[in-house]
Design a protein around this ligand. Structure first.
Ligand SMILES: *[C@@H]1O[C@H](CO)[C@@H](O)[C@H](O)[C@H]1NC(C)=O
Ligand SMILES: *[C@@H]1O[C@H](CO)[C@@H](O)[C@H](O)[C@H]1NC(C)=O
Ligand SMILES: *[C@@H]1O[C@H](CO)[C@@H](O)[C@H](O)[C@H]1NC(C)=O
Length: 345
């Protein structure tokens, strides 16, 4: 049914381009045809990855076979790579850094292609002291922690936020108080408080422009249940004959991960995120991918390998950059195993 809807949608888009713009279209007709022929042999699993460092181990893996007749389509500065991963038809796309790129690229993927689910993977900072560098985590919920209402000095938790009564902003999620992070916490801080805000969302099949709000976006229930079978899988622990992680890395499902347009290398903020929100991975893309999939009602899960401590200290934290390629490799290994599980479930 969805397939026929897409063909219909493409017919409509093609028609509009042809007649409204007299043959000119933002997506050239030849490309529309190519997209159409790719979609005919779908549906696909969409694989969304932030950057080349994380994507290359997947492309180089013997589990991935690029389509020989049409290995990729380049659209709006993105390369959609078409192929087969563990007998599943996949479209792999790299987003580039941070939330805007991740959101735009995921929306393009879901708008243009016949995609039945989205798998996101990469590396992340770790805010959870129960985990070590090299471990791979799969959160059940993701939130964007970069949308704030910044409260003026002199106001506090009992003061209503600007536009709160309109339903634009809320005190439901919680806040960060800057003076809690003064060395002398008895002194005030003019930066006062920032309040975390849920995202405004407009899910498909709801009345357009009727906003809903979401902070914790759940991953797909079936995917998350399936991911339990990844726990206990073996991961690589050495980068060469002499340099290994102090402990064998593990795969685990965790409660929560967060993303924002911030590279976190700050121990105090890491501690805040973990104590306030019970966060394990911290990254710059997953929640954006989650939010798009949530609105498009497309199954989604994210796999993130912990590559640094987001500013926390540890005996191996200063060696984190040595282990980042290992983390990327382990994220890919976990992704591949998950695709195998999808295939057999
Ligand atoms: C490659 O893509 C074409 C459509 O673009 C499709 O017909 C063909 O089956 C694909 N090949 C493989 C091996 O998936
Ligand atoms: C924090 O305050 C203590 C006690 O006043 C002082 O000894 C220490 O040097 C301060 N640390 C920093 C980073 O300013
Ligand atoms: C292993 O990797 C570490 C870190 O990159 C490096 O310092 C060391 O020389 C390497 N050892 C060998 C045997 O290649």
């Amino acid at each position: 049914m969805r397939f026929f809807l897409m063909i219909f949608a493409w017919f409509v888009v093609g028609w509009l381009c042809l007649f409204v713009n007299r043959g000119e279209c933002m997506i050239p007709k030849t490309l529309l045809k190519d997209i159409d022929s790719v979609n005919k042999v779908g549906p696909y699993i969409g694989v969304v990855v932030p950057n080349a460092f994380e994507m290359n181990p997947l492309l180089q893996s013997s589990s991935f076979i690029a389509n020989q007749t049409r290995p990729y389509l380049d659209i709006f500065g993105r390369r959609f790579r078409i192929g087969i991963l563990e007998n599943q038809r996949v479209i792999i796309v790299m987003t580039g850094l941070s939330m805007l790129n991740a959101g735009v690229t995921t929306q393009l993927l879901l708008s243009l292609f016949n995609v039945k689910g989205v798998l996101h993977f990469g590396i992340a900072g770790n805010a959870n002291t129960e985990f070590e560098i090299g471990d791979v985590v799969i959160p059940e919920f993701w939130a964007h922690t970069g949308l704030w209402s910044w409260q003026r000095y002199g106001q506090g938790p009992e003061s209503e936020l600007p536009l709160e009564s309109n339903g634009d902003y809320t005190r439901d999620v919680g806040y960060l108080k800057f003076s809690d992070y003064n060395n002398d916490t008895t002194i005030d801080n003019l930066l006062n408080n920032v309040w975390y805000q849920p995202e405004e969302v407009f899910p498909i099949n709801t009345t357009p422009e009727t906003r809903q709000h979401v902070f914790w976006v759940p991953v797909d229930k079936r995917y998350f249940t399936l991911a339990k079978k990844l726990e206990g899988m073996e991961l690589e622990e050495c980068i060469n004959a002499t340099t290994c992680l102090p402990k064998s890395p593990k795969v685990a499902r965790v409660e929560r991960g967060v993303s924002a347009n911030m590279f976190i290398d700050n121990g105090a903020y890491r501690t805040f995120l973990s104590s306030k929100f019970n966060v394990t991975p911290i990254d710059m893309e997953s929640a954006a991918v989650a939010l798009i999939c949530y609105q498009q009602k497309t199954p989604f899960i994210a796999i993130r390998a912990l590559s640094d401590l987001a500013g926390g200290g540890s005996s191996i934290s200063n060696e984190a950059s040595n282990f980042a390629p290992l983390a990327a490799q382990n994220a890919v290994a976990t992704l591949i195993k998950f695709v195998q599980l999808l295939q057999s479930s």
